[in-house]
Each structure stands twice: as C-alpha cells, then as structure tokens.
Design a protein around this ligand. Structure first.
Ligand code: NI
Ligand code: MN
Length: 225
C-alpha cells in the first residue's frame, strides 16, 4: 500500500491495484500548489465529512476519473443528485470492496456542506487490505470509541489529525495512538490555516517521548506499508 500526502487532510492511496483519494482539498491549498488534480488517478473518493476543506475538488476529480464516492448516506446522496455514483455507508458498517474492507468509524466533529445543508454525521475509515490495515480518523476529537478499533483489527498505521483547534492536537493524538494500539502515526490536518499551524519538531518529539513515531510527509511525498 502506497500512501501519498496531498496536503491538509487529502491523501492518495494505491492498494490492490485501486486508487483511492481521501478528502480532496487541493486546488485552494497554497501549500499544495505543486499537486495537479488533473493528474490524480481515482477509482474511489473517500469522504469523512462534508466540510469544505475535505470536498472542494470532489466534482473535478470525479469528472476526470469517473471515481465512485464512499461516504456516509447523506454525502453520497448529495453527489448522487449531481450524477456522481457512490456507495453509502453509516457508522459501524463495513463493506468489502475490490481493494479491501472498509468500515465507517465514529468521529466527534460536525459535517455541514459549505451552504449549510446537512452532511450527515462525520466519520473516519478503517481499511483492511491484503497490503496492510490503516485507520484514517477524519476530523475528530480524541474519543473513547477509538478503543474499539484494535478490538476489530490490528492496524499498521494510524492517520490522525494533529493540528488542534478544529480537531484533536498532538497531545491528544498520542493518546489516540495508544487507544488504537498503533505506534506509527501519519499526521494530517495541520499547517493549512493560521488556526492549525504546528511546530513540526515539537510534534515529533511529543511522539518520540511517548515511544511512538510521528511521520510528517512533505506534500507530494509517499510512504509505503
Ligand atoms: Ni471538518
Ligand atoms: Mn477539516
């Protein structure tokens, strides 16, 4: 499994021959100006919630690639009305896709579309594949529900928000890593806006002191499981 950081909370994941895009907010992100959304491959677009900083490039990527959306029922309906195909899920439910099994997990956050319309309840994704298992938390507070993840499967990587203010910050993310029983964390949802600027060294040290590894990928860089 190859995971590429596209800035903010956007990811590109190549697994079992499929290309997944997670929460595309690329074209308005000055920090991600070197990523060309027209060059992205996508079979599926996974959306954790409906906030603008997670969905801005959905229509463009879907139009370019014909990708299907995987998200909560309300978000899939929203895009379905525009003719974009999708697979609706809700919390706690799993589905076996061609690339692996996806579970829509709990998150504590909000999920309105930019126009204020209802975007269902926010979530995260647990991906179980033959190339490894990962947990993508989505925008969320630290939540006790994260303790349910290792009861369902052993994960190889936790992708956690660390920018604070709108989500948990680095100290809570260390506790989240304990809850999901995974010592390797890819941080996301930081630096994009003034409210979520972080000190990278401090963040990495916070994890190191707890015996864990925090990976902060330069935008466009990848890690392989
Ligand atoms: Ni959000
Ligand atoms: Mn967000």
């Amino acid at each position: 499994m190859k995971i590429t950081y596209l800035g903010h909370a956007a990811l590109s994941i190549e697994v079992q021959g499929s290309h997944l895009i997670v929460d595309p907010f690329i074209s308005p992100n000055e920090l991600a100006k070197d990523i060309d959304i027209n060059s992205l491959k996508a079979d599926y677009i996974l959306l954790t919630h409906a906030h603008q900083d997670h969905i801005v490039d959905v229509e463009a990527i879907a139009a370019n690639t014909g990708a299907k959306i995987i998200s909560n029922f309300e978000i899939v309906n929203h895009y379905g009305a525009q003719g974009i195909e999708g697979h609706p899920m809700n919390h706690g439910g799993s589905w076996k896709f061609d690339f692996g099994r996806v579970t829509y997990t709990n998150a504590i956050h909000t999920s309105s579309f930019p126009d204020g319309s209802y975007g269902g309840q926010p979530g995260g994704f647990l991906l179980e594949t033959e190339e490894g298992n990962i947990y993508i938390a989505g925008d969320t507070a630290l939540t006790m529900d994260m303790k349910l993840i290792p009861m369902q499967c052993q994960i190889d990587l936790a992708i956690l928000p660390i920018g604070d203010n709108f989500t948990m910050g680095m100290d809570s993310a260390v506790i989240a890593a304990d809850f999901v029983e995974c010592n390797k964390v890819l941080g996301y949802h930081y630096d994009t806006f003034g409210y979520i600027m972080i000190d990278h060294e401090k963040a990495k040290n916070t994890f190191t002191k707890a015996g864990k590894e925090l990976v902060l990928l330069p935008i466009g860089d990848s890690l392989t499981l």
